[in-house]
Ligand binder design. Sequence first.
Ligand code: BTN
Length: 250
Amino acid sequence: MYKNFLHGKRESVFLSTTESTNNELKKMIYKSEAPLFSSVSAETQLCGRGRLGRSFFSPSGGLYFSFSLPLRGDEKNIPFITLLAGLSVMEAVRELTGTDILIKWPNDIYYEGRKLGGILCELVSGRCLTAVVGTGLNLTLMKDEIPQELKDKMTSFVIEGIKLPDKKELMGRIIENTDKYIYEYNELFSVRDETMQKLRECSYSIGKKVKYTLGDTVLEGIVTDIKKTGAAEILLSDGTKKEIFCGEIV
Ligand code: BTN
């Protein structure tokens, strides 16, 4: 393990392996070992985590990292932070590879209808409210390495023929972009119309017929918009519109 200052004032820790970079960074924040702006990345994760208690397959060759950001607001802001982090990943991938990826609301990174990665955003109350934003991207994963149950759902840069970016450069760009958007968010406590427009343009979900599940609630409809609150708006079959903040759409 070694430390350096990679992104301006952000202190970065690189690990060969860890349970989960989100867990590692949260532990450091709880123990006050991490400066306000920190990042942790790992070559592999033993228990990579996704939303809704799911696991995130993290073999060697992928990009797995988490970084911290002081945040204005509370847990209500999580959907929005997640979307802004998704937009930041999309822009970084576009800048470095020339390929446009999409964001399936609220946190999946998609390409050609398959999952290329994901974002897990969590809040920690340390010296101040801090968002821990974890990103995982499948870079060099080959078809035969994908677990059987994920074969139709998962993909990677190599499988799709997307140019492989330098991992550190990609991580740096994603962090820089997210810093910029969260700074804007913290300042305005809202999002510019221009940023909303970008979010809509990279949405995989808008226009799709979906089934929404949260606990016992199951709804079917069409995603019509992403709102300034971070909610997805669904037009239900009875003609009413519903805004959803958590749960899953398929
Ligand atoms: C999801 O698929 O629901 C989100 C996946 C997020 C994975 C990243 S990898 C780096 C960070 N550490 C984790 O344990 N999870 C996130």
